[in-house]
Design a protein around this ligand. Structure first.
Ligand code: HEM
Length: 519
């Protein structure tokens, strides 16, 4: 209803409509007529005709039980018949492009009055535009696709391509040369790892994990081996279409037989008699974006050991959806290769040198995961701070309980420490060559990844305790907490399991121990 048609009522006038067939309520100074809706109300009739609700200001009761988005649905907006005279609504939903004012909902560098040594004015302008883009173009698609399980809409992927978002998500590098980034906001040579961090964290705000991976997460890990190890001919043929969002690529390493143990993989590649082609046989499992990928960066057992080969979808390649605990929008696949013939020119790196190809990718891949994990935790803190403020228990907000505040303290400390360590590492990355990063940061990034996803799991558990039954319910107040708690194991597994990474970090440190130190 437009504001012109809305009538103004006094509270006394509203109070007269307190009968089942004449049932009005006030929520945030808006007057709703629930007389006909009451029979359809998912929470039942009795709660609405309660004498403390019918004809009364039900704002507190409403926000104790519903997310604000309920009132924004067109079918419910229609129930509004007026407003209370002299009052104005104060509660509003997410405003496109705006920063949250909830404490700790944004990292320090985005919180007014705080400072950071890492971000320039250019980064700040960039963040504003990325957030606006995400809110306007991506957010609704994330909600819709997460619900229907289809892959992210091509229209979103096309709009991302227009601003070269697919290329920027690959991080700084040659692939940005000659491209207009974010409508010219940042020059390709200025684009650094903080820009990339901003993109990953802004896109992580939706807290919809399956969609996050569906939005070409496979490309982020599957394309670097092509960019770094593919022949010029192969790159010219593959990369432009992938970065334009016209073709999709994924990384196909893990199998039912083996995962991190890449030497235990059983997919084989043998040369054809004329030596011009690879003939590939085997299967791959849990391959993100595999169901809709056109290209597969495949780890194969070859005569010389382990080799990475780019396979194009064609005869002999089959992909099947795997249903995991997050949405099928990620396109997680089981893939079979049945006598698939691939030109030898599709080899990425040296024959038998596949382990180097894969390892060289790991640092960046894990760092991207840390960026997303740090942001995911912050979204959950925002949910918990809002909930514990609006939820009343024993007549007081939930946060009046010391045990609840203690959980909030732990969540905040974890998220802030992850972000601070992440920004430090990112700064090091900006000032190191790729080779230096491999030497000096592999251990740090592995430890951060392990720490960050461990923090995420603790925060998920605490958040469920705070939300109670709602934290395990897929709709309503706790829906994001439920989603986070259900999908957090992905963060803790992908790119290396927590214990393995923590151990890697310590082994790297031990390797650097000076020989001449003693207690
Ligand atoms: C414009 C007014 C209202 C609308 C459009 C509305 C709509 C809904 C919807 C869609 C749900 C399903 C749960 C969800 O998706 O969040 C729900 C649940 C519920 N509503 Fe309402 N409602 C309204 C007012 C009220 C009021 C005033 C009360 C009074 C206390 C109330 C009590 C409940 C209860 C108890 C539930 C079940 C909550 C749960 O399962 O956790 N509703 N309502």
């Amino acid at each position: 209803m437009s504001s012109k048609q809305l009538k103004q009522f006094s509270k006394d006038e509203v109070a007269k409509h307190n009968q089942p067939d004449d049932l009005w309520v006030i929520i945030d100074s808006k007057v709703y007529d629930l007389s006909r809706f009451k029979g359809l109300h998912p929470g039942g009739i009795s709660v609405l005709i309660d004498e403390e609700i019918a004809g009364q200001d039900a704002t507190e009761a409403f926000y104790s039980l519903h997310r604000h988005e309920v009132l924004e649905k067109p079918q419910y907006q229609r129930l509004q018949i007026g407003t209370i005279e002299g009052e104005k609504p104060v509660i509003h939903s997410r405003i496109v492009g705006e920063l949250s004012k909830v404490p700790y909902a944004e990292p320090t560098w985005l919180t007014p009055g705080y400072h950071s040594p890492y971000y320039s004015d250019g980064h700040r302008k960039f963040q504003k535009e990325v957030r606006k883009f995400f809110d306007e173009v991506v957010f609704q698609d994330a909600i819709d696709r997460e619900a229907d399980g289809k892959r992210p809409s091509q229209s979103v992927i096309d709009k991302m391509a227009e601003i070269n978002m697919h290329a920027m998500r690959m991080g700084p590098g040659k692939h940005l040369e000659g491209r207009v980034l974010m409508n010219g906001l940042v020059k390709p040579e200025e684009f650094d790892y903080f820009h990339e961090l901003i993109i990953t964290q802004e896109f992580g705000r939706a807290s919809l994990r399956g969609y996050g991976d569906g939005l070409l997460g496979g490309k982020v890990i599957g394309l670097p081996p092509v960019l770094n190890f593919g022949s010029e001919e192969l790159k010219a043929r593959i990369v432009p279409d992938v970065l334009a969002g016209k073709k999709f690529i994924c990384l196909a390493i893990s199998e039912a037989h083996a995962g991190s143990d890449v030497m235990g993989l059983q997919t084989t590649a043998v040369k054809s008699e004329d030596g011009k082609e690879w003939i590939i046989n085997g299967s791959k499992k849990w391959i993100t974006n595999g169901t809709f990928a056109d290209y597969f960066t495949v780890g194969c057992k070859t005569e010389d050991g382990f080799t990475v080969i780019l396979v194009e979808r064609g005869p002999g390649v089959e992909t099947k959806q795997i249903k995991t605990s997050y949405s099928t929008t990620a396109g997680t696949a089981y893939i079979t290769f049945d006598n698939v013939r691939v030109p030898v020119g599709n080899t990425l790196g040296e024959e038998g040198g596949g382990i180097f190809v894969i390892l060289s990718n790991f640092n960046h891949e894990r760092w991207v995961m840390c960026c997303a994990s740090a942001r995911g935790q912050r979204s959950i803190i925002e949910e918990c701070l809002k909930w514990t403020t609006q939820r009343k228990v024993f007549g007081k907000p939930l946060h009046s309980q010391a045990v609840i505040r203690s959980k909030l303290a732990a969540m905040i400390s974890r998220a802030e420490s992850v972000q601070s360590w992440l920004e430090n590492i990112t700064y090091q990355m900006c000032n190191m060559t790729y080779r230096q990063q491999s030497g000096k940061l592999a251990g740090q990034i592995a430890l951060l990844k392990s720490y960050s996803t461990g923090c995420g799991q603790d925060t998920a558990r605490d958040a469920v305790q705070i939300f109670g039954g709602r934290g395990i319910t897929q709709s309503g107040m706790g829906k994001f907490v439920e989603h986070y708690h259900r999908t957090i194991p992905f963060d803790a597994l992908l790119g290396g399991a927590e214990d393995v990474l923590a151990d890697l970090g310590v082994r790297q440190a031990l390797r650097a121990m000076p020989k001449n130190v003693r207690l």
